[in-house]
Ligand binder design. Structure first.
Ligand SMILES: Cc1ncc(COP(=O)(O)O)c(C=O)c1O
Length: 470
């Protein structure tokens, strides 16, 4: 049993009466069923349980275990998701008003970090995964070019793997960044399972990245919001990083979450490789069968994370949303997300053979239905979700957020400057950021997404926030 979890159970049964937070007082009358049972071990920082913000005892020991498992120099537990790790990382490596070099397909938390530090942003544009219209890798040469041209860049940040499992060459990007004396942050939120099996990608802490952020909850058995931040080398001021972690993490960390992290590490240590092997075999068998399909495919690409399946219909026979809806309504299979041309399934070492069999059966049957013309296909053309939007920057995100704004109809916003992020969630990657010009092409794309039934965040009641007088 994981040490932290064991200690919580012992405390629950110890007879100590809680004249402290939380207000449920571990009283079973506070809630019903499972929730009441969880309350039994739901404490925050009390005697004997160390302190997340100054870990010296049990949390420190557990953090060191994670450090060793991932091959980093220091690891921090996060209970506010990768989001708080990314915010802390961006704020720690960049000074107020500085400049960051970031992949355009970064998660919105990176953009929020640039707002908080009032940063100027230079973008790295990923390639395009043409088959399904998702973002590809960040090419190391583009990092080299940008760093040569922009000596005032303070740090580089990329997302690898992407939501869809595309992995960039982190080793080469880290080497280039270091040649220019810049720290590399890798948002590896979707890759917490990397580095535990030879047929899965290596984790970026071992590949030379200076800061790596992992959402344990995304692909490992751990509670929602649990994450890790690893730090390496001398390019990052660790005291400054810790200051920001104190700012962005709650002062009342949930010990249920911390115990979940501890239990996840236990599983990784003892069974991680074996379980990843089992997943690889099971998913591999399914993928082989689907290869025989005429229309419904699983995307393939060199170096792809085996924990993802990008499912798409060839020749645009079905949109991502249609596939997502059929799988949910007809087969009770809930996908992670729908994009223009594909739907995304996430796998983890905890998937069952039964679950994978159900997906296989569904994809074989949908393919048959498409062949037999039993489902309406090809009527709603999908437009690739181009995350590489190269909009004109009129002002920084910070400047745009600070300016007076107004709501205008989408059709009437041509030429105006956006006052809000516009994105799909998931994946939360912006098509438009505050401060960028809304040109005709972008408005047409946004209108088509709306028409295709995709839920576009940043469009409210058919309107869009723009900067007044700009
Ligand atoms: C690439 C990426 N980074 C960071 C995050 C934020 O992670 P969390 O939900 O753990 O805060 C997400 C969430 O979806 C993500 O997709």
């Amino acid at each position: 049993m994981a040490e932290l979890y064991k200690r919580l159970i012992e405390y629950e049964n110890s007879g100590y009466y809680p004249f402290h937070m939380p207000g449920h007082k571990r009283n079973p009358e506070s809630a019903e069923g499972i929730l009441a049972r969880v309350y039994g071990i739901d404490i925050t920082e009390i005697d004997g349980f160390d302190n997340l913000h100054q870990a010296e005892e049990i949390i420190e020991r557990e953090q060191k275990r994670a450090t060793a498992l991932y091959g980093a120099e220091k690891t921090y537990f996060l209970v506010n998701g990768s989001t708080c790790g990314i915010l802390s990382a961006v704020c720690a490596v960049c000074g107020k008003g500085g400049r960051i070099l970031m992949a355009r397909n970064c998660h919105k938390s990176v953009y929020h970090g640039t707002y908080l530090q009032e940063l100027e942003v230079a973008y790295l544009y990923p390639g395009l995964w043409k088959e399904c219209g998702a973002a590809g890798e960040i090419e190391p040469e583009s990092v080299e070019r940008a760093l040569r041209e922009l000596p005032d860049v303070e740090a580089v940040i990329i997302t690898s793997p992407t939501y869809e499992g595309v992995v960039s060459n982190v080793k080469e990007i880290a080497d280039i960044s270091h040649k220019y004396g810049k720290p590399l942050i890798v948002d590896e939120a979707h890759g917490a399972h990397f580095g535990f099996h030879k047929d899965y990608p290596e984790n970026s802490a071992r590949l030379g990245a200076d800061i790596v952020i992992h959402s344990l909850h995304k692909t490992l058995p751990s509670m929602t919001q649990t994450a890790l931040l690893h730090v390496n080398g001398n390019l990052v001021d660790k005291r400054r990083l810790e200051r920001f972690l104190k700012i962005f993490q709650t002062s009342s960390p949930s010990y249920v979450m911390l115990a979940s992290i501890s239990s996840c590490l236990d599983m990784l240590e003892k069974e991680g490789t074996e379980r990843l092997e089992r997943l690889k075999e099971r998913k591999g068998r399914m993928a082989e069968k689907i290869k025989g399909n005429s229309f419904i495919k699983i995307g393939e690409r060199k170096g792809l994370d085996p924990c993802k399946a990008v499912i798409y219909a060839e020749k645009g026979m079905l949109t991502g949303q249609q596939l997502y809806d059929i799988l949910r309504k007809e087969y009770h299979l809930q996908m992670e997300m729908a994009a223009g041309g594909y739907t995304l399934a996430i796998f983890s070492m905890m998937d069952t053979q039964e679950g994978i069999d159900r997906l296989e059966r569904a994809l074989l049957e949908i393919d048959e239905a498409v062949k037999a013309d039993d489902i309406s296909t090809g009527k709603e053309k999908w437009i690739p979700l181009d995350m590489n939007c190269r909009n004109e920057t009129v002002m920084s995100i910070f400047a745009a957020y600070e300016r007076e704004q107004e709501l205008v109809e989408l059709e009437k916003s041509y030429g105006r400057t956006a006052g809000e992020f516009i994105n799909l969630y998931p994946p939360g990657i912006p098509f438009v950021t505050p401060g960028e010009r809304l040109d005709e092409k972008m408005i047409d794309i946004l209108l088509s997404y709306e028409k295709a039934g995709l839920h576009v965040q940043g469009i409210e009641r058919g309107g869009i926030r723009v900067i007044k007088d700009a």
